[in-house]
Design a protein around this ligand. Structure first.
Ligand SMILES: Cc1ncc(C[n+]2csc(CCOP(=O)(O)OP(=O)(O)O)c2C)c(N)n1
Ligand SMILES: [Mg+2]
Length: 377
């Protein structure tokens, strides 16, 4: 495998990209040569379909919150390529260790969309994936999950397994002590771990420029003696290649890698936020043409199907997919809304024995709930 990590040194200002904003594969033969044979046009088309589905499921989650059927939700809009490229480099044996903005990669790794909706509807049952789906629960506490991923990767290495723990976190999370502890252990113990920072340029209202004075996040890896690479996170192919290369290193016992996916949060931080209050709309306009969906549409529209001679992307094809996915997502919403749960659960699983204060709260909560349910009848 070509060593892209030394070829794209973040300290030299290099960012790894193989498909540009126009959907064109790099004209540089050395870069084009990095594209492995499995990345056929059909592979790209399949990935595009997954990205469209997650984009629509993401939009639906926002709509559900707006109509009072979901709690706060953190959108992945703009980050679909980062998550899909990484997910396609993973195998079911690998463990996914997410933060909270990972609807796409969680779903790709086998967590049913229904579970993800149930979680954001405020029901912890959503955090329990079916057996054999290797994904740990969403971590709302910023940065805490990176250490778990390093620990899981250390365990895999100790057991001489070839599986890998892949963790996601934001640019804001790199300011947490947990990031530096995780990176230090990643350097010292060489775990089977890949650390993916989704640098979406914002941590709620804090821009990337206030987060760190390092020019890139990827270069921080050098201080911990692990490879680090900055990748165009809106380039599906580059994300796949970088993640696959990092996974192969980990599987071969060579240790951890830091990938900075340079991308953009096109939406608000969450449904509880209004980015217009702190973000210049002109910046969003600058990023809109870099949308990972658009560049794949452009690429696929330029490819002809070898059998039919038709373009691999057209508006009619898109419309047909959208109609099909809308129905599928509506069914998922119905299923997630019909999950039964006991409202008292939020009190019953934190302590072995509730404190007197919480017993009081529990009683009051259930009494009020009965009243409000009675009012609805
Ligand atoms: C330990 C901790 N501190 C603060 C928060 C509040 N908080 C939630 S998300 C967030 C910003 C995270 O930014 P980033 O890591 O860039 O991830 P993004 O939301 O951009 O995906 C903050 C400060 C939290 N959840 N946990
Ligand atoms: Mg961020």
């Amino acid at each position: 495998m070509t060593d892209i990590f030394s070829q794209f040194n973040p300290l030299e200002g290099k960012r790894f990209q193989v498909m540009d904003e126009q959907g064109a594969i790099s004209a540089d033969p050395a870069l084009a040569a990095l594209i492995p044979p499995e990345l056929t046009d059909d592979w790209i088309k399949n990935a595009y379909e997954k990205m469209l589905f997650m984009k629509m499921a993401d939009q639906k989650a926002n709509n559900l919150q707006r109509t009072g059927r979901m709690g706060t939700y953190a959108s992945i809009r703009g980050q679909e390529a980062t998550q899909t490229g990484a997910a396609l480099a993973m195998t079911p044996q690998d463990w996914l260790v997410p933060a909270f903005r990972e609807l796409g990669v969680m779903w790709m790794h086998g967590v049913p969309m229904e579970n993800i909706y149930v979680y954001w509807m405020g029901n912890e049952l959503g955090s329990l994936p079916p057996p054999n789906i290797n994904c740990i629960p969403i971590s709302i506490a910023v940065g805490s999950q990176m250490l778990h991923a390093v620990g899981i990767g250390m365990g895999m290495k100790k057991k001489k397994q070839t599986s890998v723990a892949v963790t996601f976190f934001g640019d804001g999370a790199t300011s947490e002590g947990d990031f530096h502890e995780a990176m230090n252990c990643a350097g010292v113990f060489k775990p089977n771990t890949v650390l993916i920072c989704q640098n979406n340029q914002w941590a709620i209202s804090v821009p990337r420029s206030y987060q760190t004075k390092s020019v890139t996040i990827a270069q921080k890896a050098q201080a911990y003696a692990i490879p680090g690479i900055q990748v165009d996170g809106n380039d599906l192919l580059a994300m796949y290649i970088a993640t696959k290369t990092a996974m192969d290193r980990a599987r071969a016992g060579e240790g951890a890698t830091l990938i900075e996916a340079y991308t953009y949060r096109l939406g608000d931080h969450t449904t509880s936020d209004d980015a217009k209050k702190y973000r210049d709309p002109a910046e969003v306009e600058l990023w809109k043409p870099k949308d990972p969906m658009i560049r794949l549409q452009k690429y696929l529209a330029g490819c002809l199907h070898p059998g039919t001679g038709q373009n691999l992307w057209s508006q009619a094809y898109e419309d047909e997919l959208v109609a099909r996915y809308e129905k599928e997502i509506d069914t998922i919403v119905e299923k997630s809304q019909s999950v039964q749960y006991n409202p008292a659960d939020i009190f019953d699983y934190t302590y072995a024995q509730l404190t007197p204060h919480l017993i009081e709260q529990r009683t009051e909560f259930l009494t009020r709930l009965e009243i409000s349910q009675a009012e609805q009848v």
